[in-house]
Design a protein around this ligand. Structure first.
Ligand SMILES: [Zn+2]
Length: 293
C-alpha cells in the first residue's frame, strides 16, 4: 500500500519520451502529439501560470486552443505558442468546464482579435455565478448546447466538441477522430488524484469508461502527464477503488473524513499525486451522498 505524498509529484511529471517537447517552462511543457496537434502538460507544483492541461489544434482554416487556463499570462503564453508553432493566431478557444483553473485566463485569451470562445450553456451560466469579474468576457462566449456534439470545421480537419458530465454538471471533450486524440478536460486525470468537489461520481465513472471504449491513441487529461489506454485503465481502476472504499465506509458507519484518512491507493496503480490530502475524503464523501440518495 502506498501513501500519497507531495514529494512524489516530482516523479509524476518527469518528462516522458513518447512525444517531442517543443516548449518547456516552469509551469509546463508542450508536447507534439500529432501533426498540428500539441498538448500542454502543466507542472503546477510551484508555478501555477497555466495550472490545467490544454492544447493547440491547427487546421487549414483555423487554430483552436483548448482551455483558457488559470491566469491571463497563461492564456497569453499559449496564444504566443500557437502563433509560433502554426504561424497564425488562434481563431477559437474551447473551455471544457467552468472551474477557475480552466477559465480564469479568459481575459488574456480574448486579447487576440477575432478569437471565438466556445463553452456550453451550463458552463457559461456556472462561470457567471462564480463572480462577475469575468462577466463582460463571458457574455461574448459562444454558447453551445449540451444535447449534441458541435463541430469546428478547420477545412482539412474537424474538431468535435462532445458534451458530457460527471466532473461537473457540464463537461466537454475535444476530439480529433482522425488523429485518435481526445482532450478530456477534467473527466480524466492521470497520476493525479481527481477532484470530486462538484462531481457526480457514477456519471464520472461511466464517462471514463466511455472514453476508454473509444480506444484512442492519446488522451490529454485535465491534469497530469499525457495518457494512453493503459493509463486510462489505471484511472478507471482508481475510480472503482474509491467507490468501493465509500461503500465499505457506509457499511462500517464511518465518516468520509475518516475513510479518506485511512484510504490508500492499491499497489499496481502506480504513483499518484494529490493537490491536497483531503481529495480522498471529498471523493468518498461525494460517493456516500450519491449512494445515500
Ligand atoms: Zn475541474
Amino acid at each position: 500500500m502506498k501513501a500519497v505524498a507531495p514529494l512524489w509529484g516530482q516523479m509524476v511529471w518527469a518528462t516522458q519520451d513518447r512525444f517531442p517537447v517543443v516548449a518547456s517552462e516552469p509551469w509546463g511543457r508542450l508536447e507534439r502529439i500529432a501533426p498540428g496537434v500539441w498538448g500542454l502538460v502543466s507542472t503546477p507544483l510551484e508555478d501555477r501560470t497555466t495550472l490545467c492541461n490544454g492544447g493547440i489544434i491547427s487546421g487549414r482554416n483555423g487554430v483552436v486552443i483548448v482551455e483558457a487556463f488559470a491566469s491571463n499570462d497563461g492564456a497569453r503564453w499559449m496564444t504566443e505558442q500557437a502563433r509560433r508553432l502554426t504561424g497564425r493566431r488562434p481563431t477559437h478557444t474551447v473551455i471544457t468546464h467552468y472551474h477557475g483553473d480552466h477559465t480564469d485566463g479568459l481575459r488574456g485569451m480574448v486579447e487576440t482579435p477575432g478569437v471565438e470562445v466556445l463553452g456550453t450553456d451550463v458552463t457559461i451560466d456556472l462561470s457567471m455565478q462564480n463572480g462577475d469579474e469575468q462577466s463582460e468576457v463571458l457574455e461574448t462566449v459562444t454558447r453551445i448546447g449540451t444535447r449534441r456534439p458541435t463541430e469546428i470545421d478547420l477545412g482539412d480537419r474537424s474538431v468535435i466538441l462532445v458534451p458530457r458530465r460527471g466532473h461537473t454538471q457540464s463537461d466537454l471533450t475535444v476530439e480529433i477522430p482522425e488523429e485518435s486524440v481526445v482532450f478530456c478536460g477534467d473527466l480524466v486525470w492521470n497520476q493525479m488524484v481527481p477532484n470530486y468537489v462538484d462531481a457526480a461520481p457514477s456519471r464520472l465513472s461511466a464517462e471514463a469508461r466511455l472514453l476508454r471504449a473509444m480506444d484512442a491513441s492519446t488522451y490529454v487529461p485535465g491534469h497530469g502527464p499525457l495518457a494512453d489506454a493503459m493509463a486510462l485503465d489505471r484511472y478507471i481502476d482508481l475510480l472503482g477503488d474509491i467507490e468501493a472504499a465509500a461503500r465499505k465506509a457506509m457499511d462500517r458507519g464511518i465518516s468520509s473524513e475518516q475513510a479518506g484518512e485511512e484510504y490508500r491507493i492499491p499497489d499496481g496503480l502506480g504513483d499518484w499525486y494529490a493537490f491536497q490530502p483531503t481529495y480522498f475524503a471529498t471523493a468518498i464523501g461525494a460517493w456516500m451522498s450519491e449512494l445515500e440518495e
